[in-house]
Design a protein around this ligand. Structure first.
Ligand code: ADP
Length: 244
């Protein structure tokens, strides 16, 4: 099957920092791909290249089978949900408005926005009475789930998640993972999940891309990578993991 996200010899640098040098990468549609690597390896930049927030210096990025458009980026981005760790929620807006904002932008009527907000909150296991709270009145885990609801509002075909679960304590995190997996059954999307936590990637993803210093060390199905780590670093990240 064709890649829904296709990087062809992509190079990107910030001043003297080379993030990617001729990176080629193809991601499968309809599955969760975990992008795993330590801090500074280029994971966030990769996501920002996919949604056009950052432009490559060289190379081509195709999304949905087409080069990222240089015009009409809003209609392109509407097809892509994006949730970022910790940030993203507007502190002065209640949870429900944070989730529903894009519905307002789309001109949805209030009833449609409201029922979609409720649907998503329930799918993510959020009590509906939390809808009128401001972000600071919510726990870290609740804020993260609100962020995911917001990213899913328009039923995006692609969902980009940048360390979306790392603000929650370990037990809450596992509960959110389960909700997230349920959500992906109900509303499947192509998910690119950036995480430094291999165990999280193994729990949620079916495909893995291991990156280090902007280079892909290994990519393949979880099973392939776990059974045949092709590099000491990948082995180290996997620790004592056994094949699923
Ligand atoms: P990760 O998400 O894996 O932590 P990033 O993609 O955030 O990695 O960063 C990759 C490298 O690019 C790092 O060295 C980082 O300091 C640098 N970088 C990222 N964004 C910027 C920016 N806007 N300006 C300058 N350097 C940046």
């Amino acid at each position: 099957m064709d890649g829904i996200i296709d990087f062809q010899s992509v190079s990107k640098r910030y001043n003297n920092t080379v993030v990617f040098e001729s990176l080629s990468l193809e991601l499968k549609p309809g599955v969760v791909t975990g992008i795993v690597g330590e801090s500074g390896s280029g994971k966030s930049t990769l996501l920002q290249l996919i949604n056009g927030l950052v432009q490559p210096d060289f190379g081509l990025i195709k999304v949905f089978g087409q080069p990222i458009p240089s015009e009409n980026l809003p209609s392109f981005r509407r097809r892509i949900g994006y949730a970022v760790q910790g940030t993203g929620l507007f502190p002065h807006l209640r949870a429900e408005r944070n989730i529903g904002l894009l519905g307002e932008v789309e001109g949805w009527n209030p009833e449609k926005t409201e029922s979609r907000i409720e649907q998503l909150m329930l799918l993510m296991g959020l009590n509906l009475r939390l809808r009128t709270r401001y972000p600071h009145q919510l726990s870290g885990g609740q804020q993260q789930r609100i962020g995911i609801c917001r990213a899913m509002l328009l039923k995006p075909e692609i969902l980009l998640l940048d360390e979306p679960f790392s603000g929650a304590d370990p037990l809450t995190r596992i509960a959110i993972h389960e909700r997230f997996l349920d959500l992906m059954v109900t509303e499947p999307a192509t998910v690119v999940l950036v995480t430094h936590d291999m165990q999280e990637a193994l729990r949620l993803a079916s495909e893995l891309v291991i990156i280090r210093k902007g280079k892909v060390l290994q990519m393949g199905s979880v099973k392939e990578v776990v059974n045949n780590p092709n590099d000491e670093y990948v082995e180290k990240l996997l620790g004592n993991t056994h094949a699923p």
